[in-house]
Design a protein around this ligand. Sequence first.
Ligand code: ISE
Length: 338
Amino acid sequence: MTEELRIAVVGAGMMGADHIKRITCRIAGARVAAVVEPDAGRAAAATTHAPGALTFSRLEDAIETDALDAVLIATPGQFHAPVLKPALAARLPILCEKPLTQTSESSREILELEQQLDRPHIQLGFMRRFDAEYQALRELVGSGESGDLLMVRALHRNPSVPDGYTQDMLITDSVVHEFDVVPWLAGSPVKTVEVKHPRRNSLAPARLSEPILVIMELENGVLVDVEMNVSVQFGYQVATEAVFEKGIARIGQPAGLQQWEAGFFRVKEHESFTTRFAAAYDAQIQRWVDAVRRGTLIDGPNAWDGYLVALSCEAGVTALHGGGIVPVEAPERPSFYA
Ligand code: ISE
């Protein structure tokens, strides 16, 4: 494809608006041709960053105009399935923000529809796989240089969460990332999930009982603990320590200007995932655009990866509600998704 890829961005909330600016300002070979957003105010605000983009309230209407080549889905998770279906029916390449869908059953339905096409059309927006430090850690694991990986300790801290964030979203909206990235790092799927409840943070919204400690065992015996903590107040922090036979590796430490002043040492911390993972989002979207333009369609996690994460999330929600140590039973990956 020599012409620019015409992308329809579905959903112009925080993430959609961020992607619209990114595509317009930083991504080569693509432009936002359509914004699909039922809230007229949001749609108008978003299109100021996408000169010439058409606006629609339904993807089906955008598809009828024949004004798009690919779809980027950035709506809340519960709207993914109704958008994925018409996009697949139109055989459009798709980048879908996490999760694939809300349940493993609806994810399976999407896999069945996708397998009627000639090859995978859906890339999942697990952006951590495009973060340079996560990639370096994965290379270290694969190289064997530090010996075998034994344990992973993950910190996932948000300053606060929006009003619509529910208890189950600790798993389905937040730990969802560790369910994808840790097996990818360690080269082994999740075998069991357990959730422990430490003392509650009195600063958490009344509807939330958190932080929580999520313990995963991987098939290869690696043990993983995730501190999921969404009321830390001070900033946004995603960090990992990997324990090997011969050493330790750390990623996600605060970086940038270091300042010693008035008896203190300080480094600026991130306030949101949009800055912490800005470079990873850029790389993810550029690689997806390049893959679509050369006809490969995806270059990153596929819908089967999204389905595996949906299975882990279901186990995680059961564990969150007192289910004990919950097994994750995944069927074998079909060759279509190899
Ligand atoms: C949010 O939806 C994200 O995807 C962020 O990466 C995560 O850190 C946050 O906890 C979620 O709410």
